[in-house]
Design a protein around this ligand. Sequence first.
Ligand SMILES: Cc1cc2nc3c(=O)[nH]c(=O)nc-3n(C[C@H](O)[C@H](O)[C@H](O)COP(=O)(O)OP(=O)(O)OC[C@H]3O[C@@H](n4cnc5c(N)ncnc54)[C@H](O)[C@@H]3O)c2cc1C
Length: 500
Amino acid sequence: MTSSSLFDVIVIGSGIGGLVTATQLAAKGAKVLVLESYMIPGGSAGYFERQGYRFDVGASMIFGMGDKGTTNLLTRALDAVNVSIETIADLVQIHYHLPDGLDLKVDRVYEKFLQNLGAYFPQERYGIRRFYDECWQVFHCLNSIELLSLEEPRYLLRVFLQRPLACLGLAKYLPQNAGDVARRYIKDPLLLKFIDMECYCWSVVPANMTPMINAGMVFSDRHYGGVNYPKGGVGTIAQALVSGLEKAGGTIKYQARVKQIITEKGKAIGVKLANGEIYRGKRIVSNATRWDTFEKLLPVDAMPHNEKKWQQTYQKSPSFLSLHMGVEQSVLPQGTECHHILLEDWQQMTVSQGTIFVSIPTLLDPDLAPEGYHIIHAFTPDWLDNWQGLSEREYETKKEAAAWAIIQRLEHIFPGLIAGLDYLEVGTPRTHRRFLGRQDGTYGPIPRRKLWGLLGMRFNRTAIPGLYCVGDSTFPGQGLNAVAFSGFACAHRIAVDLGL
Ligand SMILES: Cc1cc2nc3c(=O)[nH]c(=O)nc-3n(C[C@H](O)[C@H](O)[C@H](O)COP(=O)(O)OP(=O)(O)OC[C@H]3O[C@@H](n4cnc5c(N)ncnc54)[C@H](O)[C@@H]3O)c2cc1C
């Protein structure tokens, strides 16, 4: 079947990047169609329900839902289509359980965080303050300008004239990495390892490869807008955006897997679904990763030169081994925080199944689990290659062994976990690849080697006229607020291109 109607914009995928692009454009009057291969929206920010538990698929430490400044992009994206969601403030960003007895909570109050960290490194108190204060400088620059497309010269000129110092500040930090800045102020090797972990737990690379712009955002916004959890689970963000999209006249179709981006004379003009349906659009946006876009939706042998170059600069990060657990309330001691990082040996920080990330969203929203129970989502980086070439039985056995090894380690911070386990579902990199439609189940791009900060990251336009990319494989990278930034930028560029 062929659809004859012409859309202004077709968005492939309803991750947060895709939905922010779609809602921004629909709010400007564009005729927008979103095509999502799965049954619900959200991608890595989706959810699933089992036996009375509502699990977040991935993300649950949510930035960008504050109520002030300009960097609260999720709040702004929802506002733009007249929807909102209730949020619950998370007063501790992370409780770190690290080697060398480093047991530290990152408090929402900046001075309290500095005090807690300084107590472990009294000789470095001054250096700690100078490093994190410099992160604030980045944040203040970002938080004083409207965040739109860096590919739009008139916008760049306008913000430069309005906020010249902020723009110069950002230009200064754009090629820098957090580790280099940290090393200017800090000498203690253990403290530098801690800064590595501060970066690794969201960038999945150590500090010397983590762009300072991203570090400035995360290390400051946690004390400014703060980490806020959406009531009803992370899936409500995408659901609210979809309802805003529809109110603004946009359309979303589920179970609509795009198989091919159609080009004519080198220009993207439409998409073909797996079921053969064809949709035409003046502009096509791919919220699939750049690898999926240029290797699966377009002929790989015709990959534009600049995409090949990008792939030489950035590689796919590992995926995750994820444990979604339902546990008895008694497992969690009084005062347990929502987010934890567990590592027993610094040497293991970046290896497969080394660092364990934990989120317990029911501490903020108890309605996500049956009464008397909590959700523990534990996940750890892992490569698809570790899970390939196995028979069904070998795969299941390996999955079970890996899950129990993680649970044993978690017993150290949650004694009684094994006895109190009510439900367990395990996802491997294969699961991430299958359900999130992401090549190798990757979390997103990471630099192959040390780069100049964010300078190598691609924006939204591509070498194919009419085709744009949005989401975590575009500037500024992974994370819900980051992909929301990418969505604002993409929609802005398209709106200018379409004269909206
Ligand atoms: C385990 C885990 C934990 C995380 N924790 C956090 C966290 O605490 N905080 C945070 O901010 N971020 C976190 N993240 C990262 C964050 O979730 C992602 O960076 C972000 O959600 C990516 O959004 P996106 O728009 O780029 O794309 P995705 O979420 O990947 O969405 C893309 C969508 O496109 C659809 N799609 C793909 N190909 C096609 C096709 N051919 N046809 C139709 N549809 C298609 C997919 O089904 C999907 O719905 C986490 C990620 C994971 C995996």
